[in-house]
Design a binder for this molecule. Structure first.
Ligand code: GLN
Length: 515
């Protein structure tokens, strides 16, 4: 089946002309049309344009770049000129926002001939860990549709796992690439803050947001990263540090690599299969010639609390632009000037503030409102020292933990999540339980370091009410993700470690049964 090819495999065939970009794109479109009513991963389909682009690529007939003619999906926060982009929020969905410009990342991909198939589901403005806060409803996990695909890049992860495209773009503010990649059994990388451009990607928390790819294996991740990484004049937070040759780093040789195992990442209550898989992964590294070093990252226990002060604080500021005037048209009431005559019958807002209020109350969902409230509170006079500034101090301590650890080790291993994918609805009424899903994923974002997720095994799960009739415990297998963290700008080292591990184990290429 064409959509199940990796980028490298597809590239070889495109180059030999044994397949065309059009055939490959058509095959992905058919796959989405056949399977996505069960997953809800793709929220805006860009199929006509994708096919035109594919034909154009075939006409040119130059397949030197590994991404030329490769179809992919982008999370619904990446602006692409002429393509609906709504951050899965009613505030932008009501009168579908269509950006007049391209994000740097989709522009760079277009420049090398990659083909965008459309937009994937996400938690509203990427706030969540399950894709359940999306205004389009949750994305389902391809391994067990009663479970979440993770979040917030759940649509991208499910889309890669279900072979809707050969790769997908996600964003990771507090784990949103790594956790869904882990839940869906694919790979995904969060880059060093400043390595990839955020230009044209809707912001959640500007000092934490990063963008990155999800793919079927590490080699593909290396190829995509090569095409998108590097300084961007349009994003002042990108840094002009050299971008190494990521694929060349994948030597398979990890002899002498010092691999840290932090004791704080093995906690009470974690799923025993998850713990075992990560410990087995460490053993595997030892067999490959790496040295395992027990380490401590003592401020880990404060990471999630710190994240949930800093993130909402920045959210409260970033969401201000969705006021119905600058962005967002969620209100069914006309603006005070009476811009729309057809809706005059509705009660007119009394003044501009009243208009903003109606747009924002109707347009935003509960999680976005919760974060705006928490953030506004944490930044308000009288509380800013106790909350926001204190959180920034703890952030520094967390960063120092990593700086010290990376004097002793080259990479750090941990689970991505304490449990495999949970059942849809399990945390809906409990925001704190949802926040705790990020327990192993917040420290790296506060420190600004890179981290990736690579499959490291499967957990057995009890069949849920939606599982096929007669399913037994052993029938439900859920992917487990291994997190590999590196030092600032150290993407090449974590990719090399992950690639060596991936090649030595049997998890790569395992597919969910979706027929
Ligand atoms: N689950 C985290 C949150 O809700 C991460 C979100 C993200 O990385 N976009 O904030």
């Amino acid at each position: 089946m064409l959509p199940s090819l990796t980028i490298t495999e597809a590239h070889e065939q495109l180059k030999k002309r044994s397949i065309s970009a059009e055939e490959l794109t058509k095959a992905c479109i058919e796959r989405i049309e056949k399977v996505d009513d069960r997953l809800n991963a793709v929220v805006h389909r860009n199929f006509e344009r994708a096919l035109e682009e594919a034909k154009e690529v075939d006409r040119k007939g130059e397949f030197d770049h590994p991404l030329t003619g490769i179809p992919y999906l982008a999370k619904d926060v990446y602006c692409e000129s002429g393509v609906p982009t709504t951050a899965c929020s009613n505030v932008l969905r009501e009168k579908t926002y269509i950006p007049p410009f391209d994000s740097t990342t989709t522009r760079r991909l277009k420049a090398v001939g990659a083909i965008s198939l459309g937009k994937t589901n996400t938690d509203e403005f990427t706030m969540g860990a399950s894709t359940e806060t999306s205004c389009y409803g949750p994305t389902r996990n391809p391994w067990d549709v009663s479970r979440v695909a993770g979040g917030s890049s759940g649509g991208s992860a499910a889309g890669v796992a279900a072979d809707f495209g050969l790769f997908a773009l996600g964003t990771d503010t507090g784990g949103s690439i790594r956790q869904p990649a882990g839940f869906c059994g694919c790979t995904g990388i969060r880059t060093t803050y400043g390595r990839t451009s955020r230009y044209g990607v809707m912001s959640m928390a500007s000092s934490l947001d990063t963008i990155g790819p999800l793919a079927k294996n590490i080699e593909d991740i290396a190829l995509i990263l090569q095409a998108i990484a590097g300084k961007d004049e349009r994003d002042g937070t990108t840094v002009d540090v050299p971008v190494p040759d990521y694929r060349a780093a994948l030597t398979g040789d990890v002899k002498g690599l010092r691999v840290g195992l932090p004791k704080e990442y093995f906690i009470d209550g974690m799923d025993p299969d998850v713990e075992q898989s990560v410990r087995d992964a460490a053993k595997q590294f030892e067999e490959l010639g790496a040295t395992i070093v027990d380490i401590s990252l003592p401020h880990t226990k404060y990471a999630t609390a710190t994240y949930y002060i800093i993130c909402p604080s920045e959210v409260s500021s970033n969401m201000a632009r969705y006021d119905g005037v600058r962005y967002g048209h969620g209100s069914t009431r006309p603006p005070p000037s009476g811009r729309t005559s057809s809706t005059q019958a509705l009660e007119k807002p009394k003044n501009l503030l009243d208009y903003y209020e109606s747009v924002r109350s109707e347009g935003f969902g509960p999680e976005v409102k919760r974060r705006i409230m928490i953030g506004t509170y944490a930044l308000s006079a009288g509380y800013v020292d106790a909350y926001y500034r204190q959180a920034q101090r703890v952030r520094t301590l967390i960063r120092r933990d990593f700086e010290e650890a990376f004097e002793e080790v080259d990479v750090i291993l941990s689970p991505v999540s304490p449990t495999p994918a949970f059942v849809v609805g399990a945390h809906t009424d409990d925001p704190i339980a949802m926040y705790l899903e990020d327990i192993f994923l917040s420290s790296q974002v506060l420190a600004g370091i890179p981290a990736l997720s690579v499959p490291c095994g499967f957990a057995r799960a009890k069949p849920s009410p939606e599982a096929p009739a007669g399913a037994k415990e052993d029938d439900i297998l859920l992917p487990i993700g291994l997190q590999i963290m590196g030092k600032q700008w150290g993407e090449a080292t974590i990719l090399k470690a992950a690639h060596a591990y991936e090649q030595a184990t049997e998890w790569r290429g395992k597919k969910p049964l979706l027929e």
